[in-house]
Ligand binder design. Structure first.
Ligand code: DGL
Length: 271
């Protein structure tokens, strides 16, 4: 059986690449919902329904044992409900994991007292990061701002416009004492280096960049070592598939850029 990775669009290819690098022996099936991206400005109910639809496809058609919801918006809007309602009714022996809890653990481990968050409008409005952080450290300061324009830049292969937009978002942290910026959207790690450089310029000091592709693979490895009953059902043929729900030349070019591999083959599927 396979490991599924799911994102609202192409952003999740960065984290999927990191997972494949860390655990190349496993089989990975990527699904990006390019037909319906962005999720970040939609209602929780809509994001839940889209996510359920994609998860259903990965379980039924791609024989996934375990799915990582790489999308932060889908994690906050759908993960708990899928775990509590959908899985017990449909696939009680399979699992769905998200990216928010590993991120919270990373921040707590680093012992920050003040952090910034860039994420979608939905994720920021939900305050999921604030709620989860304060459960573990009640005096932590969190400064959250939506950075929605980075998503269409990535989905439209328009990196040349990124600098101006990143700068306008990072400027929101001027005057704060943040020690790190959380990239709370699967798409943003694509601009990780630029965000770090621009933050240095705008804030006049170095801040850490918390990028999910750097720690989610270790978190998945830890999970599998704690759950041998899941791990033993995972095939190890190093087979990888990359599917999206809508395709055009720009998506194909951007998938190659996100995955940093010109030879990647992306296919359109109907879900
Ligand atoms: N992938 C989504 C996330 O991580 C953001 C992109 C979107 O708005 O669909 O939140």
């Amino acid at each position: 059986m396979n490991i599924g990775t799911f994102d609202s669009g192409l952003g999740g290819l960065v984290i999927t690449r990191a997972l494949i690098e860390a655990m190349p022996e496993y089989n990975f099936c990527y699904l990006g919902d390019t037909a319906r991206v962005p999720y970040g400005n939609r209602s929780k109910e809509t994001v839940y329904n889209y996510t359920k639809n994609c998860i259903d496809y990965l379980f039924k058609k791609k024989n996934c044992k375990l799915i990582i919801i790489a999308c932060n918006t889908a994690t906050f809007a759908a993960l708990r409900r899928l775990q509590q309602e959908y899985l017990p009714q449909n696939f009680p022996d399979r699992r769905i994991l998200g990216v928010i809890v590993p991120t919270i653990e990373e921040i707590i481990n680093k012992n920050y007292s003040s952090v910034g968050l860039l994420a979608t409008q939905g994720t920021v409005s939900s305050d999921v990061y604030g709620i989860e952080l304060r459960k573990r450290k009640d005096d932590i300061k969190l400064y959250s701002y939506p950075a929605p324009l980075l998503v269409p830049l990535i989905e439209n292969n328009a990196d040349e416009f990124a600098e101006l937009i990143i700068e306008s978002y990072v400027k929101k942290f001027v005057g704060s004492d943040i020690q790190a910026i959380i990239l709370g959207c699967t798409h943003y790690p694509h601009y990780k280096t630029q965000i770090g450089q621009i933050a240095m310029k705008v804030l006049g000091r170095k801040v850490d960049i918390i990028s999910q592709d750097e720690f989610v693979p270790q978190s998945l490895k830890n999970y599998l070592s704690r759950h041998p009953e899941i791990e033993r059902d995972l095939s190890k043929d190093s087979s990888y598939s990359f599917e999206i729900t809508d395709i055009n030349d720009s998506y194909i070019a951007q998938a190659k850029s996100m995955f940093k591999d010109e030879s990647i083959t992306v296919e359109k599927v109907d879900i």
